[in-house]
Design a protein around this ligand. Structure first.
Ligand code: GRF
Length: 193
């Protein structure tokens, strides 16, 4: 039997970082993977403190400091440690061609709706306001479009007659915190990363 390798993950996040935290806690337990870096585009985002307490190195991504998205991404790639998978967990920017080319089929995204329904930044509220009775969570590969890459995993969340938007948000986040680590575990098991 070959040696079990710990996969190296880089997480991109912009905000709260509850999914970053769920991933870090999960892989602290299983040791099948390790978060080797956090990329964050928002100075002061709460996710930064979550990385600091775990001693996970942070790589800021400041698109405004460079003449183009390509230049910003090239500068980032030059600094990042080696990794098996990039995980967008609440990263609110569109990944450019430079990163996509550098990590072919190695960037996945978490989306808080059942794609292809309700892509974009406000998937939870859009599903709620539309009045669907089932929404959920999607993990998919990232391509050049908005939430349009190949779907890897989905999980449903029911919207009942008494479900409020805040209750739906909580339910979606609870499912996200399970589905994202589980999906990465599956990719590792199936030797897709
Ligand atoms: C998640 O709902 C994710 O699906 C969406 O942004 C949210 C990030 O939450 N893209 P957090 O920062 O992980 O708490």
């Amino acid at each position: 039997m070959g040696a079990v390798m710990t996969k190296q993950l880089i997480v991109f996040a912009s905000g709260t970082g509850s999914n970053f935290e769920a991933l870090a806690d999960h892989f602290d337990r299983t040791k099948t993977a390790k978060i080797v870096a956090l990329v964050c585009d928002q100075p002061g985002a709460p996710v930064l403190a979550k990385a600091a307490v775990r001693k996970i190195p942070v790589y800021p991504l400041d698109y405004r400091a460079y003449p183009s998205k390509a230049a910003a991404e090239a500068a980032l790639i030059a600094k990042l440690p080696a990794c098996d998978l990039i995980v967008l967990a609440g990263f609110m920017r569109i990944i450019g061609a430079t990163l996509l080319t550098a990590y072919p089929n190695r960037i996945i995204n978490l989306h808080p709706a059942l794609l292809p329904s309700f892509p974009g930044r406000t998937g939870i509220a859009d599903a709620f306001n539309y009045g669907v009775k089932v929404t959920g969570v999607t993990v998919h590969y990232v391509d050049a479009g908005i939430d349009s890459g190949k779907i890897i995993a989905q999980a449903p969340v029911l919207i009942g007659p008494d479900t409020t938007l805040p209750a739906l948000e909580t339910a979606i986040h609870d499912v996200e915190h399970q589905l994202l680590p589980q999906t990465i575990e599956e990719l590792i098991k199936e030797e897709k990363i």
